[in-house]
Design a protein. Sequence first.
Length: 603
Amino acid sequence: MLPETSPVPGAPTPEDPRRRRHRAGGGSWRRRLALLLGALAVLLLAEAVAVAVSGYRAARSLERVAQSAPVLVREVREQRFAEAAPVAARLRRDARVAARASGQWPCRLAERVPWVGDQLRAVRAAGTAAALLSEPLPQLLPVAEDLLGGGVVDAGRSVDVAALRRAAPLVQDLAVRARVADRLVGEARAGDLAAPLRERLDPVGEQLERVARGAGTAAAVVPALPGMLGGDGPRTYLVGFTNPAEIRTTQGIVGAYALLRLEDGRLVLERTGTDSDLYAARADVSALGAEYLGLYGDEAGRVQNVTLGAEAADAARLLSALWVDAGGTAPDAVALVDPVGLAHMLHEHEPLDLAGFGRVAPADLPDVLMHEAYVRFEGDQDARKAFLSTASAAAFEAVLADGVGEGTLRGAAEAVRTGHLALWSSRAPEQEALVAAGVAGDLGPQRPWARVGLTNADPSKLNYWTRAEVGVGAACPAGGGRATSRLSLRLVNPVPQEVPDYMAHAGVRGEPGRRTAVTLVSLHLPAGVAVAGAEVDGRPVAVAAGVERGWLLVRLEVVLPPGVPVEVAWRLEGPAELLPREVQPPATVAEPVVRPVPCGATG
């Protein structure tokens, strides 16, 4: 056995082998960790660079899309389709680049990072939306050129029905794309976006909402148009020319008519006439239901009263029935239009040659047909009616003569919006398409909306001068989800001192009130909203209440002395979500004014 030895003073102490191995292992671990962190840093840097590059490419491409879009719209509107084609191709190419760049894996991975992901998702949504909407452009432009190149209705009064048939599936596809694009951008806008990005994306989202609604409407309407235009056999359209000088809830009294025939897109004016041709005819009002009959009575079956109700479809059905009772064949469709609507559609047209009045600018058409004609033909109403018939038909023909282009369509849209033009079809699927297009003049589904109407309550034409201003009060919370609000109507009738006897109808009322109009005011409200009270010039008045097509109808009568303002007000109460936020004013000759009023204000 070896003796134990003592360590030599100053010599190093021997290291435990286990400690040596542990220290060597620790160094290796640290080296591996360093390598891992370094690799991760490189990957993160590469990811950041890739995201930056992709984001830059996407942003630049989207900016080019934003620059090209208005150019394309302008070229199409001005019917420069050859110039529009390369713009559309460039727009589609840039949209594809934006969609690809924003959808690459680095960006998709980075979308998981809080806040940063919201920005990247928004860019990807914009790129995808642009690609969705631009993809069908090469197919849409040639069809648009076929349809719009000579106007929707060309100078030969013909519509390209074959082009409409080609357009139908393309428009339906575009509607689907627009709906998806709207949803994607809407979801992106819900994120926590940086201010500069939100400023760019919000207007795009709002425009997409409009595009999606418009495309959806077009998808419902365009497939029905070939049949409506005689593509599947001849169609007849009865056009009722109304006169809001003797105002009704729907436009005015029917004073003249025209009969159109459409076959394979070609329009032919077959006949014109006046209301005198229909005086002896009667329509069965009960065919519209007991509710309508109870509100308006059998008198609604006379030509003077077919437009008493709130829906143009009811007026059209009654006019169609009158036509049949007078010996005609039931028309396939009925259009109702007044001189204001004709003026809207002709706003870009040159002056019309009207016998006895010379060249009349479209803007002066309402005054000529609803006032000057009564002055010129005072004492000879047969001559006035003959003039009304020929002049209205001439104006309607002028709408078609030069081709129904974009200006005419914009004017027609304004006429529909203001209640001076409506269309009804006897075929249910086509009527559904017209309702979807918003041209049917119907009350529509229940919503926070109201309609104010006027009806001449005496045989005069004094409502030609009526001016209307509607105040829409904001809802005042009343607790429990209910609220109150106030609607007001200010009417003034600046009737001149000299009025043709037939407009004043002095033979019925006599001299004292010959310039005073008696007018029935109607208000349609959503079911569930109640009228807590009504006033005329601050004095409480009773109202007659009923129901029309599911809407509450309240009516009261006012007297309008010449030039004296009359104030009507209704106090409303009901569910806060149903109190009217929008009001359709009466279809007076002069454009009415609608203004918002704060909660609690009485103005």
